[in-house]
Design a protein around this ligand. Sequence first.
Ligand code: ATP
Length: 281
Amino acid sequence: MIQIDGLSKAFGGLQAVDACSFSVGKGRVTGLIGPNGAGKTTLFNMVAGFLKPDDGKVVLDGEDVTGLPGHVLFHKGLVRTFQIPHEFSRMTVRENLMVVPPAQVGENLIKSWLRWSKVRAEEIRVRHKVEEVLDFLSIDHLADELAGNLSGGQKKLLELGRTMMTDPKVVLLDEPGAGVNRTLLGKLAEAIQRLNEERGYTFCIIEHDMDLVSKLCDPVVVMAQGTVIAEGPMHDIRANREVQEAYLGGGMSGRMGHHHDVARQQAAAQAATLTPREAGA
Ligand SMILES: Nc1ncnc2c1ncn2[C@@H]1O[C@H](COP(=O)(O)OP(=O)(O)OP(=O)(O)O)[C@@H](O)[C@H]1O
């Protein structure tokens, strides 16, 4: 689905992403993990068209899309979720879904604004879609709530809902689990799983919560210092010595020190330890 080939990006003297290559397979949920500062977000920004790579290629469904801007990729079915913009917090959940532009918008639709019947038909289609998304994510009860009043986890569900409005082919999720309580985390994970299994969505997910990664992602790609150091099922990744060293060595000190938080440190510690189940106990 997406081939990332030798992608590189430097910021001044810092090589944030360094000849990074891997694939995101169609119909899979690929996890992207690695210590703080490994280059994951920078890589995502290049794949989603928000940052121009210095070198390398991004191929989407056989088409070279390197350096194409985000809105062009969006129309090709590749979307990246973003936090709900500040100014949308005073709109309701339903309104937040209504205003997502359809991915296939083109001149026809713009012209059609002159033709009342087509406008009506489009509005009815969008309204149906909104109700369907609210129902799928079990957030119908929040439809008239202001987005600004939602909890962290509810906001993530709404972000996923906004993505669903565009019927994407491949979705890049940047830390869907961050700041989400356990109950909503289960709901979010289930929604991602169902979108993948029932609707064929392909996902690539950056995540620090290793439980969530084990539950959702196969394969898992590990980045450290801008390159891919391991790739495979989570079970193998946890046992991989180079991965353990990346987390315990550079990961928690030195160049990576731009932000630390407890969850990330726990995730790093977790990645380096076999759970009893995985150790065969
Ligand atoms: N716009 C920028 N200008 C300068 N340096 C940057 C910029 N964006 C990222 N970096 C640096 O590039 C390196 C990779 O950062 P990136 O955010 O991609 O890592 P990450 O793996 O996503 O980390 P985290 O898990 O902490 O979010 C870091 O050292 C970071 O400080």
